[in-house]
Structures are given as C-alpha cells and as structure tokens.
Write a protein that binds this ligand. Sequence first.
Ligand code: SF4
Ligand code: SF4
Length: 81
Amino acid sequence: MEHGATIKHDQKKSPKTGDWRYMHPEVDKEKCIGCQTCVPFCPEASIEMKDGKADIDYDYCKGCGVCAEVCPVKAIVMKKK
Ligand code: SF4
Ligand code: SF4
C-alpha cells in the first residue's frame, strides 16, 4: 500500500498573483465566527487568522472561490475586482 505525503511549500517564495484575477473574496468580519474551516481549503495558502477572523492575502489569492464555498456561515463573498 502506498502512503500519501504532504508537501509543504513556502508561500512567500511563490509568484504573486497578476491582475488577471477576475474575482476576489471579501471576508465579512462581523459574520466570521473564526472557525478556521477556510484556512486549510485555500489551495494558495492565502488565508491566515488575524484577531480571530479570517484574513486574506491578496498578493497570492487566485480568486478561486473555494473559501466562500466552504464557509459555514457564508462570511466570504466573491466580488468582481
Ligand atoms: S479565493 Fe481561493 S485562493 Fe483566494 S483565498 Fe479563497 S480559497 Fe484561497
Ligand atoms: S470559514 Fe468562514 S467563519 Fe470560518 S474562519 Fe473562514 S471566513 Fe470565518
């Protein structure tokens, strides 16, 4: 049986997202309950918790919308840039 592996990467060494990004997520800090569900789902590792709320690093976010999909309280809304 083969075992899986987790590959860690240093996000800060990745190229920054260009202006091709069409949509961007916005966190409603009033709605965010700080559950951290969105953090591991972000394929770009662009979400960190700040003061107990989700905080998005727009330098690396690609606007895929996964975070908005998984948020249980719909605190993240995708908006056109
Ligand atoms: S839109 Fe995609 S890349 Fe951007 S923060 Fe959400 S999950 Fe991460
Ligand atoms: S999944 Fe939603 S409620 Fe949970 S930390 Fe992320 S934005 Fe906040």
